[in-house]
Design a protein around this ligand. Structure first.
Ligand code: 6LJ
Length: 158
């Protein structure tokens, strides 16, 4: 139904090719399986310009295929508009948090709640580390953290 979107979340990391597209895909599948995806606007973005226009890292794609989580995304950078249009901007590490707060301070009427996704982890692992220079097992850990955090975030907002 048009106009029934009332919740929104933007997942953010450094390049928008490893962690944040995984978080976006995991959250979209969870919301879909819970029958509430129509209530949400779900997207992801980068703090940097490093990978603009690129698809997700092949190691993350392999990880998502293994877990049967559809992932389709093209990297984009956070925009000023994101800070006024999204209710939540959830990021991965303290560097992301600093970059986002700095960007938000240059936006009139920034209203997004900017938080670490790991804030929602029932196992209290606050930081989702950059797997760019890592291995398949680092991507698996990212997936597992995103799974726990997204489940708790969805539950909290249901
Ligand atoms: C400007 C200088 C850096 C990374 C990444 C790291 C490095 C990435 C990347 C995550 C997603 C021109 C661009 C850093 C996509 C790309 C290589 C360097 C990019 C860094 C530091 C520690 C751990 C990981 N930087 N690309 N160039 N993460």
């Amino acid at each position: 139904m048009a106009g029934s979107n009332n919740k929104s979340v933007l997942f953010v990391c450094l390049g928008n090719i490893c962690r944040s597209p995984i978080a976006e895909a995991v959250f979209r599948k969870m919301a879909t399986d819970a029958g509430v995806v129509h209530e949400w606007i779900i997207d992801s973005a980068a703090t940097s310009t490093y990978e603009l226009g690129n698809p997700p890292d092949y190691r993350g794609q392999a990880c998502m295929e293994k877990h049967n989580v559809p992932m389709r995304h093209i990297a984009r950078q956070v925009t000023k508009n994101d800070f006024t249009s999204f209710e939540y901007i959830l990021c991965m590490d303290d560097s992301n948090l600093r970059d986002l707060k700095s960007k938000a301070s240059a936006v009139k009427n920034s209203s997004a709640k900017i938080e670490l996704l790991g804030l929602y982890d029932p196992q209290n692992q606050r930081i989702i580390e950059d797997p760019y220079y890592g291995s398949a097992s680092d991507f698996e850990k990212v997936y597992e953290q995103c799974e726990r955090c997204c489940r708790a975030f969805l539950e909290k907002n249901s």
